[in-house]
Each structure stands twice: as structure tokens, then as C-alpha cells.
Design a protein around this ligand. Structure first.
Ligand SMILES: [Zn+2]
Ligand SMILES: [Zn+2]
Ligand SMILES: [Zn+2]
Length: 368
């Protein structure tokens, strides 16, 4: 994620902001511009008081996403767009029950993570069809909580099913999520991590299953045609096989090739987006008292557009060691508690090429 600049006063602003703390102008993220945008009232004659103009580009007029009124979104919709909801919120199907105390705050936290997800998807030009756009598999989100009734509790499971991503909003509660993380023996569990994992399943469908490089996928991740439910049951009964770290990013990735792909996809997103942040801050590393140079890095490139995966991974290893060390100095655990094996480099490279090819197709389409 980049740092942004208020067009009104040049103050640094962040992706999460909806007001510039320096000049008090309203701010929103305009996905088609790929930037946080400072706003002022638009000079329009007709009755559209909600319309705002971009500071410095008054011909660009926007309204806030309809979910801004709920306090859960800071994205903008261009006046020519025709939707009331933004590029992230328009994928929602089932929203949480706002009569339940705390659900609005939980929803806001999940939508924040979901916008971070969409930030990357839109930068890459990955397909994000909505219902009604004549897509075989539209991308839909259900962000809902367990249903309590006289018959008991109907548990909502986080997962992906043919374009529908469900996330239990209890995952927005730190205590619940941490309890589950420990119970499942996971080193890392965040709402953003869930979204990046589940969207990996979605893009497996679109970019691998539907005419993609299936044979290459099977060579790297294994044959996905085995029984999925049985594979998961076996994983929960027996855990990951010994030595899994040599070939997998997480224990859960060993459960089934689809899970391996989704885990790897999520890590690719973690790595690229974090490197964009590092680049935006101008971070470079040159450790003292280190004889060899494997911890040196200059993150002076756009990781979202990097041609070679090596460039990304050469920067990532030192950056991840540094952020983990900074985190430990603050008494926290490692923020990136993973090690990338050589096998993982091959898998990440596969994802890198899938996304790169998609981006190239998108660029060609846009040019035509
Ligand atoms: Zn400002
Ligand atoms: Zn929105
Ligand atoms: Zn999964």
C-alpha cells in the first residue's frame, strides 16, 4: 500500500482516511485513479448535492459509496459509474445484522480489509465480475455472523464456493480470532489474510481451471482431483506430514492442492503489497556488522508491476527479517512468521506469472 498525498494541502494521507487531518477536506479513494482524492463541493446546477469534485481536477466528480453513510466505507464512485456502491461494496450479498450490538464495528473492520484486497485486484486488472454482469462465476461476499435461534446456533464457516466468499464477522473480534488462531495452531490469522486466501480459490477457478495452465499447476501443487472433503478430514485428523516446511508455506497448505494454491496466493499478495509500502517509505536496508550482503535490500521498484519474481523475493527476505526484528523490539511476535523454501519460490513464481499474464491481457484490452 502506498502513502498518498492530499491534493489540497500536500499533507501525507493514508488509505484508511476519510478526512485530511491538516486541511479538513474530505478524502476518498478513487479506484480508477488509483489514489486517495481530496474533495470539494462540485459546481453543479441540478440537484445532486452529494456530488463532489476532485481538488485540482474539478471535472472529475464523485459521490461517496452508499456504505459511507453506514460508516463502513471511504471509497468514491465516479458520477459516470451508475452504481451507488463502490467497486468493493457492490460485491456484497449478505451483510451483517446491524441490530446486533457491535456488528457495525465488526463490519467496518472487515470492509477495511476487503478494500485492501480490492486495491490489489484492481491494480492488477484481475476480473471482478458482479452479479448481473453475465459472468459464469460472479464474485460475491457474505459477511455474516452465526445465527442464534431456539433451535441452537447455526455456525457460519469462512470459505469460498463458486465465487461466493463467506467470512464470519466474529473474525473481526481480536479475542475470537486469537483464540481460533491458537486452537488451530496457526502462526498468522487476520481478516485480510482470510480475504487474500479465499480470493486465491476464486482465481484458481478463473485463471487455472478455466483454460489455464492446469498441467503446470498439478506439477507444482499436486493433483486437485482427489476427494477434497476426505483430504481435509485427513488433515484435521493427522496434521501436516513431517518435513512439510520444505515444500509448503503453512501446515494447512498441505491439506489439498487447492489450499496450497490459496495459501501461496495469499502470501504473494502479502509480499507484493508490503513491498509497495516499503517502496513508498523509501526503505532500503544495509545492516551493520553483517559480513555478507543477503540482508541488504533497496526497495526502489513497484512490486505490483515487477517483471521478475526474483526481484520481489530478493527484496522480501531482508525486509521480512527486518520487520520481524523491529516487531520483536516492541515485544511483539514476528509479523511475518514464515520461511520461503525453494519449492515455495516455484509456487510463488507460478502465481506471479498468472497475475502478470492477466495484467498484460487487461492492458491490451484497455489499449484496444
Ligand atoms: Zn489536506
Ligand atoms: Zn464502498
Ligand atoms: Zn481455503
Amino acid at each position: 500500500m502506498k502513502l498518498f498525498e492530499c491534493q489540497g494541502c500536500r499533507n501525507t494521507v493514508h488509505f484508511e482516511n476519510s478526512v485530511c487531518v491538516a486541511c479538513r477536506r474530505q478524502l476518498g479513494y478513487a479506484p480508477e485513479r488509483g489514489t486517495m482524492t481530496a474533495l470539494e463541493p462540485a459546481q453543479v446546477n441540478e440537484a445532486s448535492p452529494a456530488l463532489l469534485a476532485a481538488v485540482g481536477a474539478p471535472e472529475q466528480r464523485y459521490h461517496f459509496c452508499a456504505n459511507a453513510a453506514q460508516g463502513v466505507c471511504n471509497w468514491l464512485v465516479h458520477e459516470s459509474d451508475g452504481h451507488s456502491l463502490c467497486r468493493s461494496c457492490r460485491h456484497n450479498d449478505m451483510a451483517p445484522d446491524l441490530t446486533v450490538a457491535g456488528n457495525r464495528e465488526r463490519w467496518a473492520r472487515l470492509e477495511q480489509a476487503k478494500r485492501q484486497l480490492f486495491y490489489s485486484l484492481l491494480l492488477w486488472g484481475l476480473p471482478t465480475p458482479i452479479i448481473g454482469e453475465d459472468a459464469r462465476e460472479p464474485l460475491v461476499f457474505d459477511l455474516i455472523g452465526d445465527v442464534h435461534s431456539d433451535q441452537g446456533v447455526k455456525t457460519v464457516l469462512t470459505g469460498h464456493d463458486f465465487g461466493r466468499i463467506t467470512l464470519n464477522i466474529a473474525e473481526a473480534d481480536d479475542d475470537v480470532r486469537e483464540q481460533r488462531r491458537v486452537a488451530m495452531g496457526e502462526p498468522y490469522r487476520t481478516p485480510l489474510g482470510h480475504f487474500r486466501h479465499e480470493i486465491g480459490h476464486y482465481y484458481w477457478d478463473l485463471l487455472v481451471r478455466d483454460g489455464g495452465p492446469l498441467a503446470e499447476f498439478r506439477a507444482l501443487f499436486g493433483d486437485e482431483r482427489g476427494d477434497y472433503d476426505q483430504a481435509l478430514q485427513a488433515y484435521y485428523a493427522n496434521g501436516a506430514p513431517r518435513g512439510w516446511r520444505e515444500s509448503f508455506i503453512s501446515a494447512y497448505a498441505t491439506a489439498h492442492p487447492w489450499e496450497d494454491f490459496a495459501e501461496t496466493w495469499a502470501h504473494y499478495m502479502h509480499i507484493v503489497d508490503t513491498l509497495e509500502t516499503a517502496c513508498s517509505f523509501g526503505i532500503s536496508l544495509k545492516p551493520r556488522h553483517v559480513a555478507n550482503d543477503h540482508l541488504e535490500a533497496a526497495v526502489d521498484f513497484d512490486a505490483y508491476r515487477a517483471d521478475r519474481i526474483e526481484r520481489i523475493l530478493d527484496a522480501w527476505t531482508p525486509i521480512s527479517v527486518a520487520v520481524n526484528s523491529l516487531s520483536r523490539s516492541l515485544g511483539q511476535g514476528d509479523v511475518y512468521p514464515f520461511v520461503l523454501s525453494q519449492a515455495m519460490v516455484g509456487k510463488l513464481s507460478f502465481i506471479h506469472r498468472l497475475i502478470g499474464e492477466q495484467r498484460a491481457r487487461q492492458t491490451t484490452r484497455a489499449a484496444a
